[in-house]
Ligand binder design. Structure first.
Ligand code: COA
Length: 150
């Protein structure tokens, strides 16, 4: 996909995006919050950005706040056939700008240590590894945390 062929806008998600997010943000369905309750909450709390390319939704970013203080990008995803067209970078930049405007000095994210591609992408966007942890039986592969000063 050539970025020149795609006109992209990034905007906060609204209730009209619920069905699309259910189909695309599959990791947001957890046992703790059945019936996509977490997605509904994140929409309400404006914790989602949506990328619309040539009029069609093609990507999203979901975040939360570590300690209620440090913006943490939980998930970013771009449709397979629209990757490498600049859409992920647009989502990330818009999020960083919004967080900076809110007063954030630092943002963070994470990815699994066996996922070199997203890790390289984050590094390319200025994120630096700041530690890794495992989560008992839930995740034995280390999760690598990355931070960026705004
Ligand atoms: C990671 C992801 C969000 C990046 O979004 P994207 O829209 O494909 O990325 P962009 O087009 O904005 O990237 C811009 C630049 O990064 C480069 N790039 C893209 N994917 C890359 C990767 N996996 N590793 C390294 N560089 C990458 C591109 O080559 C491009 O550079 P160029 O313009 O000089 O060629 C997207 O590929 C994705 O959804 N991947 C699957 C889900 C995922 O892994 N999410 C992260 C979970 S931690």
């Amino acid at each position: 996909m050539n970025s020149k062929t795609v006109r992209t806008e990034v905007r906060p998600a609204g209730t009209g995006d619920l069905e699309w997010l259910k189909a695309n943000d599959v990791h947001a369905k957890t046992d703790l919050f059945p019936d996509w309750e977490w997605v509904r909450r994140c929409i309400e709390q404006r914790l989602y950005l949506i990328a619309v390319a040539d009029g069609t939704k093609r990507g999203f970013l979901r975040f939360s706040l570590h300690w209620g203080a440090i913006p943490y990008m939980d998930m970013i995803g771009v449709d397979d056939e629209f990757q490498r067209a600049g859409i992920g970078t647009m989502l990330l930049r818009r999020w960083e700008e919004d967080m900076k405007a809110m007063g954030a000095k630092i943002v963070m994210t994470s990815c699994m240590s066996d996922e070199p591609e997203p890790r390289a992408w984050h590094e390319r966007n200025g994120y630096r590894e700041c530690g890794s942890v495992t989560f008992g039986r839930l995740q034995t592969v280390p999760e690598v945390f990355m931070e960026k000063e705004l």
